[in-house]
Design a protein around this ligand. Sequence first.
Ligand SMILES: [Zn+2]
Length: 371
Amino acid sequence: MSCKKKFLSFFAAVVLSLSLVFGATAKTSAATADLIGAAIQIGMESAALNAQINKEIKHFNETEAGRQELYNSFREKYGVCEDAEYNAMLDRIMANLTKGAAAVDPTIKSKPYLYFISNEEDVNAACTMGHVMKVNVGTFKHITNEDELAAIIGHEIGHGQKDHVAKNNKKILRKQVMANLASAAVGSTIGGGVLTQLVAQAAFNQTVAHGSRKLESEADLCGLDYMLHTNYNPGACAAVMQKFAELEGGSKRSGIANFFNPNDHPESTARRDVFAKKLFEYSDKHVSAKDGIITVNKKTLIKVAPSATMSSAERSYFVLGNLAVAYHKGLNKQAATVENGTVMLGNQPIITPLEGDEPAQVIADRLNEIK
Ligand SMILES: [Zn+2]
């Protein structure tokens, strides 16, 4: 055995013997840190280290103990908001979306989400390995519509179900661990199992980064799919992107974080348009929305008025969502009617006119003409 090989196997043994409990307070001795430093200096890219990193990832991603450790460390790191109303809403959304997701991906049943509301004020949410998810309290403060919140959380479940952090971002994760391992060794103050800590740290970073454009698009489409298997309005996916595009363009930008506008995110308007296109397809190509105008069979149905909390465009995506669901269910074969001030198509509510909208009966009559 060469001197270098001998050293590496010794190093691997040291790493393996370190505490694997994340959050342990024991400090790595300076001698161990020096050892790691030396190993890195001689160009350690050993199979043993890679295997160990993979083992740590598997621990956090796939074992119940690891998931709980990551969950608890996230709660400690970001703080937990105990607001009863927000937590009740998140519980309800998670229950509904879990059912919706299970309809297209039953594996969710074997790894239910460990979620909480963090004390962060930015509008953001994140999902990491092990189906550990956090939703910032700022999201609840700025996005008050439950369907829109569900759209955001559905996106996160998409990241989780597709295993984005552990699988697609593994290379980035490993690179981060290696880089941090180098600097940590120099610092010699890392507590607990060094690799365990560093993998968890990389999991934090990867979670918040919201991945690549490709992964974001995949999470968006999964989220819409889950929404389509709930009673939530699927138009909320486009609507929340519209809200965000308006916030980006306005003066409220400062409170907005990565979920909506990181550099590697597709822009909100592009994401909105993809959602609208998907709903057009879902309606069997009967219904579309653009700039607040709803079009049915290429004829204008209405220009949707703004509400107290939504612009005309944002609110129009909810009308699009309702119409898309109605068409998808074949309810367009039934008459449009008005019930208690709401335009209905079959048993599907379409729009409840507000000040600025045309009267419900006028909208129903026009829908009957063009549907
Ligand atoms: Zn994302």
